[in-house]
Each structure stands twice: as C-alpha cells, then as structure tokens.
Design a protein. Structure first.
Length: 361
C-alpha cells in the first residue's frame, strides 16, 4: 500500500468517524421513536459518512467526480429511504405480533396451570365421595333399603357431576385448541331462548325461582349456531338460578339492536363483587375460595368452566359476552351479529312471545 493510498485512508477515516459518532448519537436519541425512523437513520448515516469522506478526500472541492458521487448517493438515498420506511413498518408489525404471541402463550400457560390445579382438586372430590359410598355399601355399613337407595342416588349424582366436568373439559380443550367448528346460520334467537327456559323450568320451580322471557313479538334473527347458543344460555341461566335466592326471579331479555342482537340474563340475586367482575369468565374462577360451592339452597354452582365456555363459544361467533351488576342484581349479556335475512322456512314463529314478560312457573 503506497503513501497516497494511506493518506486517502487516513483522511477518509478522519472525516467518517465524526459523522458515524454523530449518527450513533442521533440513533440513540431517537431510540424511543418509531422503528421506521430508526431504520431511515440507519440507512442515511452511512450515506452521509460516505459523502463526507469523499468530499474530504477531494480537498473540499466540488469536482466533476464529486458531483457524480453526490448524484449517485442522492439516488441511493432516494431508493433506500422509502425502502427503510417499508422495512421498518413491516418489522414493527412483526415485533408487535411477536409480543402479542408471547403474551398469549404466557396467558395460555397460566391458564393451563390453573386448569391442572383445578382438575387435580375438583375431580377428586366426587371420586372420593363415590369411593366412600361404594365402600360403605360393599362393607355392609348400611343395610336398610332406604339408606342403600340414598347411597345409590348419591353415587349417581356424583357420577353425573363427573360426567359434566369431563364434558366441560373436552369443550374447553376444543375452544382453546381452535378445533371447534360452528355451523352458523340465520336463526330466530327467541326459539333458542324458549327451548332453554322450557328445559330449565323444572330446576327453576324446584328452587322456587320464577323464570321468564321478555322478547319482541316478531322474529329476532342472528347468525349463530343454535346448539352453541343453547349451551351458552343454559350455562348462564343455571348460573343465575344457582345465585338467586328462593322466591327470586330470572329473566331472559331479547332485543334487536339493529346492527346486532342482544340476549340478556337478568337475576335479582346478590350481584357480583366488583373485584370478581374482571375475572368472572376465567376458567375455574368462581369468586370463592370453595372448590365445590353451593348456593343458599344447596344447589351446586357448577364446574367453574361454564362462563369460560360461554365466552369461548360467543367469541367463536364474533360476538361479545359481558357481565355487570344492576340495581336488581346482575346481568350477563350476549351480543351476536345481526342478519337482515328472514329466518329459515322451517323456523316456527310463535306469536305468543309478546313484549310482556311470560313467566314459566
């Protein structure tokens, strides 16, 4: 390497170093700004350093060669700056997406740990009861026909409870894995509401609770899965009955909101504590330290997954479910997309569903 080359290298290095240092300072100062601004700065700093080095080597004189270099660098900046903006935008979106995915993974892992802890405790309770009752029968601890029949009924009750827990676990696994598919079609939600209230009328009567419906006298059509919506409303009504005292009432209120359809379950129970509202739809969260709670009438509250399943099913409809306290008690409201199309031809329209409350007692 000859002396002239060394001189050019030294001058270029001396001219480039301050520009690089200033560029690093600028990049450091704007580090809190958007990723696109940082990308543009990263592109422009080398170009500015290159121009300064060439200008210094030329003796700070604009020669023909300098003009050509400036033109080339300007063209490069004109091309790379927009590209840096685009790359910064794409990288920012990717960064946000990765953060969201990590947050979702952490939330899913936390939910899995809670679910495992719940399963390890709640499934053992009915199993222990069944085992104790079966051992009492096999050891002839009880001998009278009435006691034997009572023990058999207890075993049957615990078996049903276990079956419901397993069904809820299966449903939650389908929701969380994304394996659940729904056949959405225009349905008259009044029919689903009527089916649910008819099916739960007996449970309401046994709890001495008035179960009613308030709905328009015309079809209220939403795009939904009839079976999934029935499951959701059943969970909400059972939850309302379990938390409403004797002599109380539970109403299902159907309303056409124009762009959507609302189905609310109102009760006149004790309401939901404010600290529980943000977590009411979490898996196995019941707002109580008891793992197997019952209401004042001894009715089981449920597996702790009913509201979580309800939220998962409604979100699969691109709908929304919310819980709130009212002056009367509490309200769980389901909002589904509305469709202006007429209901199916085989959909029966019951004129008896008027605007006045119809009590099922």
């Amino acid at each position: 390497m000859n002396t002239e080359t060394l001189r050019i290298f030294a001058v270029a290095l001396a001219m480039t170093a301050p520009i690089a240092a200033a560029g690093a300072a600028v990049i450091y100062l704007i580090r809190g700004m958007s990723l696109r601004a940082n990308m543009v700065a990263i592109i422009l700093v080398p170009l500015a350093a290159t121009f300064t080095a060439i200008f210094g080597v030329s003796g700070f004189m604009f020669t023909d060669d300098s003009s050509r270099v400036v033109a080339v660098l300007a063209a490069v900046a004109l091309v790379t700056a927009p590209l840096a903006l685009l790359l910064g935008h794409l990288q920012a979106k990717r960064t946000v997406w990765e953060r969201q995915m990590r947050a979702q993974e952490r939330a899913a892992e936390h939910s899995r740990r809670e679910l495992i802890a719940w399963v390890s405790h709640d499934l053992r309770t009915p199993l222990a009861d069944i085992k104790a009752l079966a051992e009492a029968l096999s050891d002839h601890v009880v001998t009278s026909p009435d006691e034997i029949a009572e023990f058999a009924r207890e075993i049957d009750t615990n078996t049903i409870r276990l079956s419901q827990m397993v069904d809820d676990l299966f449903e939650m696994s389908r929701i969380n894995s994304g394996a659940m598919t729904l056949e959405l079609e225009p349905i008259d939600v009044r029919e689903v509401v009527d089916e649910v209230t008819t099916a739960l009328g007996g449970a309401a009567r046994r709890a001495d609770i008035s179960l009613g419906v308030i709905a328009p006298g015309v079809p209220v059509v939403a795009t939904a899965s009839s079976s999934a919506l029935s499951r959701v409303l059943t969970n909400l009504v059972v939850n309302a009955i379990a938390h409403t005292g004797r002599g109380g009432s539970v109403d299902l209120v159907v309303a056409d909101l124009g762009a959507s359809v609302s189905i609310a379950v109102d009760d006149d129970g004790s309401g939901i504590p404010d600290e529980d509202l943000p977590r009411i739809f979490e898996v196995a969260y019941r707002g109580t330290t008891s793992r197997s709670p019952v209401n004042a009438d001894g009715l089981p509250v449920g597996s702790g997954m009913g509201l979580a399943i309800a939220r998962g099913l409604i979100e699969a409809h691109a709908g929304e479910i919310v819980a709130a306290n009212t002056e009367r008690g509490s309200r769980f409201e389901v909002v589904l997309p509305h469709t202006p199309r007429a209901p199916r031809a085989d959909m029966s329209v019951r004129a008896e569903l008027g605007r006045s409350a119809r009590r099922i007692t």
